[in-house]
Design a protein around this ligand. Structure first.
Ligand code: NAI
Ligand code: MG
Length: 370
């Protein structure tokens, strides 16, 4: 079967880390057609759209996408950089990756944080945590008000705790947790634990304070857990979990949580095992997935081929898993592991001076030897 994979390099260091990933993919010799698509700052400036419609159409023809990184800038700056002929047309910059999550309903943001033994950046060597972050709702649902319309004040006028906010200058962001949204991310987390023979899933919320939203999330988790009784389920609060990840990260296999908490806790987890040079993410839905390094376009390194491509190569590994290419995925994981352990080739973040492509070539070579 020939896979069709959309490759979206983006800008800044995006094209460099994608070039590195392609060196590895060439060695893997996946039976795949790679179709390159336009995305990022350049297309905002030239066309007034950072995610052109043709790119979305191209993606619809593919099995999944590999995404590099893009630059985004605040509203005012974005407007200023827009081509003169596009100015004043009411065009607004938006985040392409957020848009893709919505368009393809990529509800699971999966972020592995695994310590490769020998990585000088490890906080501890035996960490292997996968964070499942809900990707489409929660506090990032995008339902926000400033100023707050009068009808909202009116709707809540009898609420005992809302009263003091009526008629004053304020902003509101709604935290929406749907039962369906909670179910599918929690199920994804348990399925992952089951398929990988992992021992525990921790539901990280704050139900003592966010009684309704976190409350629903935790109740749904308890229900789903009944189908996975071989796996232990722990319930923790987000604040305490941040401490515990620093105290004893080796205890945790899978964390599952809502959007904002997952955003924060996954960054914490990735810093325990090497930071942005190592952190990869999958944005996974029922019909499509986008794999990416967690880092951005790192403008100060753009064009220098200095950044660590391991984050993107790990994204490739996740993509292989998603496609069902388990053997290739495991072999790639071993190749990364070996190269990190040997420590001969290290990028600047690991204290070395190897280039982005040196690292990719070393991993490709190791892969060919396994
Ligand atoms: P960044 O992730 O681009 O870079 C921050 C710093 O982290 C870099 O200066 C570098 O020191 C280090 N770093 C990043 N990637 C690395 C790698 N592969 N190896 C070694 N070190 C690495 O974050 P920053 O500077 O906050 O944002 C730059 C631009 O990227 C902004 O326009 C931002 O909006 C955008 N961004 C895009 C993302 C995406 O495409 N998904 C995600 C995050 C930021
Ligand atoms: Mg983040």
């Amino acid at each position: 079967m020939t896979y069709k994979i959309a490759v979206l390099p983006g800008d800044g260091v995006g094209p460099e880390v994608i070039e590195a990933a392609m060196i590895v993919l060439d060695e893997i010799a996946l039976d795949a057609e790679y179709i390159y698509g336009d995305i990022g700052w350049e297309f905002w400036r030239k066309e007034g759209n950072p995610l052109p419609e043709r790119t979305v159409e191209l993606m619809k023809q593919t099995d999944c996408a590999l995404f590099g990184a893009i630059t985004s800038k605040p509203k005012d700056e974005a407007q200023k950089e827009l081509a003169p002929e596009l100015q004043g047309k009411g065009l607004e910059y938006y985040s392409p990756i957020v848009k893709l999550r919505q368009l393809f309903d990529l509800y699971a943001n999966v972020r592995p944080a695994k310590a490769y033994p020998g990585n000088p950046l490890n906080y501890k060597d035996n960490i292997n945590i996968t964070v499942f972050r809900e990707n489409t709702e929660g506090l990032y649902s995008g339902v926000e008000y400033y100023p707050v319309p009068e009808e909202i004040d009116n709707a809540f006028k009898d609420h005992p705790r809302y009263k003091k906010f009526i008629g004053i200058d304020k902003a509101i962001s709604l935290r929406i947790i749907s039962r369906k949204g909670a179910e599918r991310i929690i199920r994804a987390a348990f399925e992952f634990a089951k398929q990988n023979n992992l021992k525990n899933v921790t539901v990280v919320e704050k139900p003592n304070v966010l009684r309704e939203t976190s409350g629903l999330f935790v109740r749904v988790a308890r229900k789903i857990h009944e189908e996975y009784l071989d796996i232990e389920m722990w319930e923790t609060n987000i604040d305490a979990q941040a401490m515990w990840l620093v105290k004893n990260p080796e205890k945790y296999d899978v964390l599952v949580t809502s959007n904002l908490f997952g955003d924060i806790i996954s960054d914490l987890a990735s810093q325990l095992v090497g930071g942005l040079g190592f952190a990869a993410a999958g944005n996974i839905g029922d019909n499509y997935a986008v794999f990416e390094p967690v880092h951005g376009s790192a403008p100060k390194y753009a064009g220098l081929y200095k950044v660590n491509p391991i984050a993107t190569i790990r994204a490739v590994r996740m993509m292989l898993d998603y496609l069902g290419e388990k053997e290739k995925a495991n072999k790639l994981e071993r190749a990364i592991e070996e190269v990190v352990k040997e420590g001969k080739v290290r990028t600047y973040d690991m204290g070395g001076n190897a280039s982005t492509l040196d690292m990719a070539k070393e991993i490709a070579k190791k892969y060919s030897q396994l």
